[in-house]
Design a protein. Structure first.
Length: 232
């Protein structure tokens, strides 16, 4: 008998079945998107600027980079440079999408887009890009603005957002508001043709086989498991 014996086969997992990824969840992993020349200061106060600093168009939507820059000085004290990891400018995603009986807290940075047909999506809206509890492949009735990766600290933040689908022709409106930082509701219009034309040149690398990729499947299982725990 060998000293090193192979381990026994793993027990059957009870994890929920992972649904097929849908285009409104995130940017396609089988494409090389096209960068769109976009740098737009959406809102500012004496010490804070919120701007769009990057955009990449795909056949199914647009990935946006939202940047926050805050000027800190000696008067802020050392605690201002030590950010609470849970004190995010956009608020915690799990809480942000559950509604607020007393209105939105002034601490939350609000970011949104509106298509030329009037349809809109915001970071505090009802649309949530993860699987619908009853039907994982149910398509949202309107556009989706899904928060992706990012981070920062000490007043400097960068976050990616997935906008689905590609906006229709006409004016695409971006909006921000951040009461705590003195940024009133501010809107800016951009010709959607910038994104439409770029999306046509996004290179599809291979046919999508429908399998979950990267950390998306892990996050999805975690979210679904958390929802089940809250309901129990």
């Amino acid at each position: 008998m060998s000293f090193f014996e192979p381990p026994p086969p793993p027990e059957q997992s009870d994890w929920p079945e992972i649904p097929k990824p849908q285009p409104w969840w995130h940017a396609p992993t089988n494409e090389l998107g096209v960068a769109v020349p976009l740098r737009l200061a959406l809102g500012r106060s004496d010490r804070v600027v919120v701007a769009l600093t990057a955009a990449t168009a795909y056949t199914t939507g647009v990935e946006l980079r939202l940047t926050v820059r805050k000027r800190l000085g000696p008067a802020d004290g050392p605690e201002a440079f030590l950010d609470d990891p849970m004190d995010l400018p956009f608020g915690h995603p799990g809480i942000r999408h559950r509604g607020h009986s007393g209105g939105l807290p002034p601490e939350i940075l609000r970011f949104g887009v509106q298509f030329s047909d009037g349809a809109k999506a915001t970071t505090v809206g009802d649309a949530f890009p993860w699987p619908h509890p009853g039907d994982p492949e149910k398509e949202p009735t309107g556009p989706v603005l899904a928060q992706g990766g990012g981070g920062g600290g000490a007043g400097n933040w960068d976050w990616d957002f997935w906008l689905w689908p590609v906006p229709p022709p006409g004016q695409l409106t971006f909006a921000v508001e951040w009461p705590k930082e003195g940024i009133e509701l501010s809107t800016h219009e951009v010709d959607a043709s910038l994104f439409i034309e770029a999306s046509k040149s996004s290179e599809v690398l291979w046919p999508d086989d429908g399998r979950p990729r990267g950390s998306v499947s892990t996050s999805m299982v975690t979210l679904r498991a958390s929802d089940d725990e809250e309901q129990s």
